[in-house]
Write a new protein. Structure first.
Length: 184
């Protein structure tokens, strides 16, 4: 994936990884709103909404409109469409060929579309196949700080925290004092 596409994937994943930001985005998709209106509709503290609005604004998905002394927020659906297209349009990497049996190939075909994990398998055997595939995204004998692990995993699925934990729990990655390595 080209670097700009990776940036868009990360921007999308981070912007909507927080449940409060998702609620704000959903509310703004229904109608533009001022901070006090969002506070009333979402039943959240104004400071928390303002903080999350700033994050969405900095990510490019929310715009501010100032008029009559009031700031109104609007969700930029066109930016979401643009970022989504850029992130996924050139993602032509189909399921990578791996040395493995038919079960592994079928599992990857079922769970990986356009180079991204479409869902995290619940079935343990299928989960191990997908985790094995994800582990190949990390170079052997290379140290990765947690943030870098998160960035890499966010390219493949927005729930990078679960994937990171599963990769460690099932022995695909090791973790020592916040540094991750691909297991031998």
């Amino acid at each position: 994936m080209p670097p700009d596409d990776v940036d868009d994937v990360q921007r999308l994943a981070r912007a909507f990884a927080d449940p409060i930001r998702l609620r704000i985005a959903a509310a703004l998709l229904e109608a533009d709103a001022a901070l006090d209106q969002l506070t009333a509709r979402l039943n959240l503290r104004p400071a928390e909404i303002a903080r999350q609005l700033a994050y969405l604004r900095d990510s490019g998905f929310v715009a501010e409109q100032v008029g009559d002394g009031t700031t109104r927020y609007t969700f930029d659906l066109n930016e979401l469409r643009r970022a989504s297209r850029a992130a996924f349009a050139s993602s032509t990497a189909a399921v990578p060929e791996i040395d493995g049996d038919a079960f592994e190939q079928k599992t990857l075909r079922d769970f990986v579309k356009d180079g991204r994990l479409i869902s995290i398998p619940v079935n343990r055997k299928k989960l191990l196949v997908t985790l094995g595939w994800l582990a190949t995204q990390f170079e052997p004998n290379t140290d990765y700080p947690e943030r870098k692990v998160n960035d890499i995993l966010a390219r493949y699925h927005p729930d990078f925290a679960t994937l990171r934990r599963d990769l460690v729990d099932f022995g695909f990655l090791t973790r020592d004092h916040g540094i991750y390595r691909r297991s031998a």
